[in-house]
Design a protein around this ligand. Structure first.
Ligand SMILES: C[S@@+](CC[C@H](N)C(=O)[O-])C[C@H]1O[C@@H](n2cnc3c(N)ncnc32)[C@H](O)[C@@H]1O
Length: 291
């Protein structure tokens, strides 16, 4: 009994406290996100559940998309409301302030500026065709529209929940998406079993995830083969931090496992390719990030 109370308190954590520092933007993910959304085509309406204080939803609005930025935290919602009033230049200035330098010493937010300029010049996405920007205080464990969005982008807000809540959240995302829509998730610091469980909650809601069967086969086989410490470091860094003797010990089996992974991946991709653009199937893509 005491346990289940704690579980509820954990799941409710964010409505009472804001996780400071979450506004850090992973710019390489951002470029993947742009590619995914643009490649999807015909995307107009995008929902950013658990948006925090990120400038990403507002940037998408500036690019011409209709965006909904929602969060359960009053603090995050207040910051998003402030963005409503800000010009592109002010938003980018904010992005620059919270940005870090990459190895070449350039501000990583320059990537964002480049995207804005690129789409500013492109025919389909321009500031003249500015999209709408809606900010709503919303708990994504409860429903938010039905079959409304072409795309949903959940950045680092899904992976912390326990399995029941995760399944419920997956259903809310599935339900809010139009048929044939795309849901993109960036997760933070979860690998292996936890990553597969999160994906299983999405499959359970009805989403298709390309390559799921092969990646779960790979991880399960790996778990039987490697001791726990090697398994966990492999999940994030492959064999980069292994000792030479460990690398030697497992290199042959790992190599044949990788070969089989490749073959299985190709087969699975071919078998399921038709689901990606049938206009019906709702597809989820999960990008893992550690940091
Ligand atoms: C790690 S932060 C990520 C914020 C933002 N997506 C970003 O990329 O910077 C997680 C966010 O999820 C929000 N969140 C947590 N539980 C939520 C819930 N049940 N409904 C809506 N938002 C929630 C938190 O308030 C927080 O803003």
């Amino acid at each position: 009994m005491e346990n289940s109370k704690n579980v509820e308190e954990w799941n409710d954590f964010n409505s009472k406290h804001y996780q400071k520092g979450s506004e850090f933007i992973n710019y390489s993910f951002l470029s993947q996100l742009f590619e995914q959304v643009i490649a999807k085509g015909n995307v107009r309406d995008i929902w950013f559940p658990g948006c925090g204080t990120s400038i990403v939803p507002k940037v998408f609005a500036e690019l011409g998309f209709n965006t909904w930025a929602t969060d359960v935290s009053d603090f995050a919602v207040a910051i998003q409301h402030e963005f409503t009033e800000k010009s592109v230049e002010q938003i980018l200035e904010y992005g620059r302030r919270i940005s870090v330098q990459n190895e070449q010493g350039e501000l990583e937010s320059q990537t964002l500026v480049n995207y804005l300029l690129m789409y500013h010049c492109a025919d389909d996405y321009s500031f003249e065709k500015q999209g709408t920007f809606e900010v709503v205080n919303h708990d994504f464990r409860t429903s938010f529209y039905h079959a409304k969005f072409d795309c949903i982008v959940n950045i680092k807000a899904f992976q912390v929940f326990l399995s029941n809540a995760q399944r419920q959240i997956a259903r809310v995302h599935y339900d809010a998406l139009k048929s044939g829509g795309l849901a993109v998730f960036q997760t933070q610091n979860i690998v292996g079993k936890a990553d597969l469980e999160l994906k299983a909650s999405l499959l359970n809601a009805g989403f298709h995830i390309q390559g799921f069967k092969t990646s779960s086969w790979f991880w399960n086989t790996l778990s039987e083969m490697l001791p726990l410490d090697l398994l966990h470091s492999y999940g994030v860094f492959e064999d980069y931090f292994w000792s030479d003797s460990d690398r030697q010990k497992y290199s042959k089996t790992l190599e044949s496992l990788r070969q089989e992974f490749k073959q299985r991946s190709e087969r699975e991709s071919e078998e399921t390719a038709h689901l990606l653009n049938d206009g019906e199937t709702k597809v989820a893509k999960v990008f893992a990030w550690s940091g």
